[in-house]
Design a protein around this ligand. Structure first.
Ligand SMILES: [Zn+2]
Length: 344
């Protein structure tokens, strides 16, 4: 017996607003206020006037948070992907909507291009003339560094009441991660599979012949066959936005995870106790049990991963992962923290 399903019918309306502070791409006013950065630039102009031309190895830049962390980060010249990575790393430390108010401030330590390796670290020095790409070019402290070199080495976000720091660490493959000063990553992450399944009974597909309706349609998730009653786990922390019955899906749970991610779990036989809309779930928590409710021809989990409301193949979509450090890496990291923390 086939265990595919017909959940294709249920196109998710874009659910309620994602955490806007995690969206880096929009609503950046052309002339956003950047008091902090302007002050930094003015200050550095003064400093530069009285300083010999030797470029410092590092520079510190500051921006006020007027709308969102991502906006402030991109004002300082960080690309959207990096801003999103930083937002994820910070999301484990503070609640953007609750803690991040206008007047909050972000500070980045960048490596300066072409700086002599032995130059003394000095703050608030601007040496890069590429600021013309910024909307507030005349006084902009932002620079467009080379792609390899434009990641902030250290980040501080101050909310008035408290501050949080992150430090860049590259693993042996050169992949960049951000950790707290203690070397801990509090960034939320995903697991790939929500259950122990026996096989993939129907793949994610832009077009398949539906086994129940016998129509061609997109299959916006993956069907993971498993015995009825198999526990289904949340793949990342999040908030339950729906737990109930929908035509096609049967008993279904929808979770708004962090960032742009949301997940859907369909054809469940039942929900975990006390699971309802509005509930917070943690990664790995049992949320329900495999069944064949709705348009399913046998017990399986229909699982969807949406990124910014677009369904992606759950088996291959890029998912935020956490990377631990070896003892040797931790030692090196601690040296970097000792070097950069005083600059923040
Ligand atoms: Zn399915």
């Amino acid at each position: 017996m086939s265990t595919a399903c017909t959940a294709w019918l249920m196109h998710q309306a874009p659910t309620q607003s994602a955490d806007v502070s995690l969206h880096a791409s929009d609503d950046i006013p052309a002339h956003a206020t950047r008091d902090g950065a302007s002050a930094t630039a003015a200050q550095s102009a003064q400093t530069a006037a009285s300083t010999p031309p030797a470029a410092p190895a590092y520079r510190v830049e500051t921006a006020q948070v007027t709308h969102s962390f991502s906006e402030a980060a991109t004002k300082l010249g960080v690309d959207a992907a990096t801003a999103a990575q930083l937002a994820r790393a910070l999301a484990g430390r503070l609640d953007f909507r609750r803690d991040l108010q206008p007047g909050s401030e972000v500070r980045f330590v960048f490596r300066n291009d072409n700086a002599p390796a032995d130059a003394n670290a000095q703050t608030n020095m601007q040496t890069n003339a590429q600021a013309a790409s910024q909307p507030v070019a005349a006084t902009s402290a932002s620079t467009a560094a080379s792609p390899d070199d434009d990641l902030p080495l250290a980040v501080r976000i101050s909310t008035g009441k408290t501050s949080h720091d992150l430090f860049l660490y590259r693993n042996l493959d050169g992949k960049a991660f951000y950790y707290g000063a203690d070397g801990q990553s509090n960034a939320p992450s995903f697991t790939r599979y929500p259950l122990a399944y026996t096989r993939v009974s129907s793949a994610f597909s832009p077009n398949r012949l539906d086994p129940v309706t016998h129509r061609w349609a997109a299959h916006e998730g993956v069907d993971l066959a498993a015995p009825a009653g198999t526990p289904v786990h949340a793949t990342a922390r999040g908030t339950v936005t729906f737990a109930g019955w929908e035509t096609g899906y049967g008993r279904v749970i929808k979770i708004k995870n962090f960032g742009d991610y949301s997940t859907t779990f369909a054809h469940l036989s039942r929900f975990a106790k006390s699971l309802r809309a509005g509930a917070q779930v943690r990664k790995g928590q049992v949320i329900g049990y495999v069944g064949s409710t709705g348009w399913a021809t046998g017990p399986h989990l229909h699982y969807e991963v949406h990124v910014d409301h677009v369904p992606k193949n759950p088996l291959t979509v890029a998912l935020p992962q956490r990377s631990g450090m070896s003892a040797e890496e931790k030692e090196h990291f601690a040296q970097q923290v000792a070097q950069f923390e005083p600059m923040l």
